[in-house]
Write a protein that binds this ligand. Structure first.
Ligand code: PMP
Length: 305
């Protein structure tokens, strides 16, 4: 990914993509204390706009706060940096990756006295779990890895270190021939995917784990809660067991990268009809209307670049 044309915003400067480098003694590279965001821009009816930019920036600052890191830029500067990266790279629809990390001034575990950095990159990225997955649903495996307990590396931070757990779960699932992993929390209740929140539908009611299960407070998850309200669907946040997913009528993942991806199978057990369910389809379609600017009610969620 490093050898390509384009610009990356790095500590306040637009630098050539190939020159956006850091030193091997960077603190975050060794100990994993850093935070990032995943954001998308869509080329909607009114042109390219970043979806829920302010909420993503807010979460980035909250992640940094949780990790006791002070980002040396304002939220406004970070918002502007993201818009500028999309413009500079002449992208119409894309994925954006802001990341904050601890520098290379010293390497003891203590980050005190070290520098904090921020970068924003953007590139074109299609359906994260495949185009087919969006219509037919994906195959998921309950992970043998447990999602972080809420008092370990802090689950409300989109922390770099949390993703080792995601990588292990995702790699295991792919090696076993599945498309994605479903992680359970330390008590055995459903938490989330390796990079997605999870929902199930049963008898017309939509359920999602409450955040005490260690799931990230997903922005797409929140968008789906608005969609449910608009569609007159009841949404319940509660503890969910793995077998509740097996016997659900429908299930789906949500995330900035994954958008709304139906789940057709968990652990080789078909969920509902074994394809995208009707309620999932309605939510998915409402989601794409919103992100593409076809729903005026949510026009304020789209930041023109
Ligand atoms: N959980 C995890 C572990 C994630 O990485 C993501 C993606 N950011 C999500 C949930 C979904 O969050 P969002 O909808 O804000 O992208």
């Amino acid at each position: 990914m490093s050898d390509r044309d384009g610009k990356i915003w790095m500590d306040g400067q637009m630098v050539d993509w190939r020159d956006a480098k850091i030193h091997v003694l960077t603190h975050t590279l060794h100990y994993g204390c850093g935070a990032f965001e995943g954001v998308r821009a869509y080329n909607g009816v009114k042109g390219t706009a970043i979806f829920r930019l302010e909420e993503h920036t807010e979460r980035l600052f909250n992640s940094a706060k949780i990790l006791r890191m002070k980002i040396p830029f304002t939220k406004e500067e970070v918002n502007e940096a993201q818009k500028a990266v999309v413009r500079e790279n002449k992208l119409e629809s894309c994925y954006l990756r802001p990341l904050t990390w601890i520098g290379d001034r010293k390497l003891g575990v203590s980050p005190k006295g070290n520098t904090i950095h921020l970068m924003v990159a953007a590139w074109a990225w299609g359906a994260y779990l495949g185009d087919d997955g969006m219509t037919k649903g994906i195959r998921v495996k309950t992970s043998s890895y447990t999602r972080h307990h809420v008092n370990i590396t802090m689950t409300q931070a989109k922390a770099v270190s949390n993703y080792t757990n995601s990588i292990l779960a995702n790699t295991e699932a792919l090696d076993d021939g599945y498309d994605e992993a479903l992680l359970l929390d330390a008590s055995g209740f459903v938490s989330e995917g390796s990079g997605e929140n999870v929902f199930v539908v049963k008898n017309g009611v939509v359920y999602t784990p409450d955040l005490s299960a260690g799931a990230l407070n997903g922005i797409t998850r929140n968008t789906v809660s608005h969609i449910c309200k608009d569609l007159g669907l009841e949404l319940v946040q509660k503890r969910i067991t793995r077998d509740e997913v097996y016997i659900a009528d429908e299930a789906f993942f949500t995330g900035t990268a994954a958008e709304v991806t139906p789940i057709r199978e968990l652990d080789r057990i078909e969920i509902g009809s074994g394809t995208r369910g009707p309620i999932t389809e309605k939510i998915q379609s409402a989601f794409f209307d919103i992100v593409n600017g076809r729903n005026e009610k949510y026009a304020h969620w789209l930041a023109k670049v």
